[in-house]
Design a protein around this ligand. Structure first.
Ligand SMILES: Cc1ncc(COP(=O)(O)O)c(C=O)c1O
Length: 399
């Protein structure tokens, strides 16, 4: 081991782990036996979420059909998410998935007025399938590609902006390499031509502070299974209040009505607020879980979480570079989110091998992917480095 590397290892080991981190970690039973680093895919299960899930089952068992209670949990989730992103509750909808949330917004668009939509190479494919499908409704697609360094600078979007652009959709952080977009700059460019700025925040939400008003985002979608530490079945969507006047979804349902208990087959009265982007019966068990997960995140606060994740990510990237591993994630902290993607010849096997060593990671493209949360420690970094060093032949290593 080289001197510089020894020094860095020592720094990682000596780095003061805040008591709050250690306390937080204790709330996630998985760490008794494993190192959970798959937060870009699924946040760890906490005692709080287990308790919330049980609370839901108890309410069902003892009260039979307490819909009023269950809907109040959904309202609490809307309010908590709105607070987290600097929005107001009436600007938030609870949707069944990120894709369906965006599909409901897309159902409002008239491509005769503005014919183009744009997205880039780092968007999540479920969302891009939806954008491709818009061509059946008359939309024309404008694409933005990654450069030779596998990055997408703001200038790469220049050609998509004109008065025919209906909206630009980007992922805040890319699911496969952790690249992070400069949202305020893109927002400005969209608004200069009167287009909407749609952001998929799924790979970042819960890992750092994001104020939708400051970033000037029109529509933000995220889900709860990753850094928000909840369950699948819930996505949270923000729609800027000024847009409510012009956005009228044609995908709807009773939970999108002004009065869900209206029960009138003769009419459709959409909700005045962003509830209009909701549709059928909400996934109540997931609402319970996700409210508990989001509350956990809020008890620490996104500022502290963001700082801790950034410091662990910086240490990990430095250690990986020292060891000669090759990263797909930008080295510049301003250009990356919580995820670190490490090049591998056989990422699926590498992830399996790591699991045999009790380290939980995921794979995508040519990479294994890891991402920290507030419960991870510098010790996890060293555990990962030790484990990857044993994956002879599976990882790309600089000579
Ligand atoms: C950036 C991003 N967007 C969207 C999704 C999927 O969202 P959903 O399945 O809720 O539509 C994922 C899932 O990993 C994702 O990483």
């Amino acid at each position: 081991m080289g001197e510089k590397m020894k020094n860095n290892t020592a720094v990682a080991n000596q780095m003061q782990v805040p008591q709050a981190v250690l306390d937080f970690r204790k709330q996630f039973p998985i760490f008794e036996k494993q190192v959970h680093l798959a937060n870009n895919s699924k946040g760890a299960l906490s005692h709080a979420v287990i308790a919330a899930h049980k609370e839901y089952l108890d309410s069902w068992m003892h009260e039979g059909a307490p819909w009023g209670l269950w809907v109040s949990k959904q309202e609490a989730l809307r309010a908590a998410f709105a607070k987290m992103i600097g929005a107001q509750t009436h600007e938030v909808a609870v949707c069944p998935s990120a894709t369906l949330g965006l599909a409901t917004v897309a159902s409002c668009f008239d491509y005769k007025k503005r014919s183009a939509l744009a997205f880039d190479d780092f968007s999540f494919p479920s969302v891009t399938y939806l954008w491709h499908a818009q061509t059946m409704r008359g939309a024309q697609i404008r694409r933005v590609h990654a450069d030779g360094k596998n990055e997408i600078p703001v200038e790469a979007f220049d050609h998509v902006f004109d008065e025919r652009l209906q909206f630009l959709s980007v992922a805040h952080v890319c699911y496969k390499n952790g690249h992070r977009m400069d949202l305020p700059k893109l927002a400005r460019r969209c608004h200069n031509v009167g287009a909407l700025f749609v952001v998929d925040d799924y790979q970042s939400c819960g890992s750092r502070l994001l104020n939708v008003k400051e970033a000037d985002i029109d529509v933000l979608i995220t889900g709860t299974v990753k850094f928000l530490l909840g369950s699948a079945g819930v996505a949270l969507m923000y729609v800027r209040e000024e847009l409510l006047e012009e956005l009228h979804p044609t995908i709807t349902g009773w939970f999108g009505q002004e009065n869900p208990n209206d029960f009138q087959v003769e009419r459709h009265v959409e909700a005045k607020d962003a509830r209009r982007f909701q549709n059928g019966t909400p996934a109540i068990p997931s609402v319970y879980d996700s409210l508990a997960g989001l509350t956990l995140v809020e008890t620490i606060g996104l500022e502290a979480i963001g700082h801790w994740i950034d410091s662990l990510t910086a240490q990990l990237t430095a250690r990986l570079c020292e060891e000669g591993f090759v990263l797909s994630t930008p080295l510049d902290p301003a250009k990356r989110g919580p995820q670190v993607a490490i090049r591998s010849h056989d990422p699926v096997e590498a992830v399996r091998e790591l699991a045999r060593q009790n380290i939980i990671a995921t794979s995508r493209d040519n990479n294994i992917r890891v991402a920290f949360h507030y419960y991870n420690t510098p010790g996890d970094i060293e555990a990962l480095i030790d484990a990857i060093k044993k994956l002879k032949g599976l990882m790309l290593v600089k000579q």
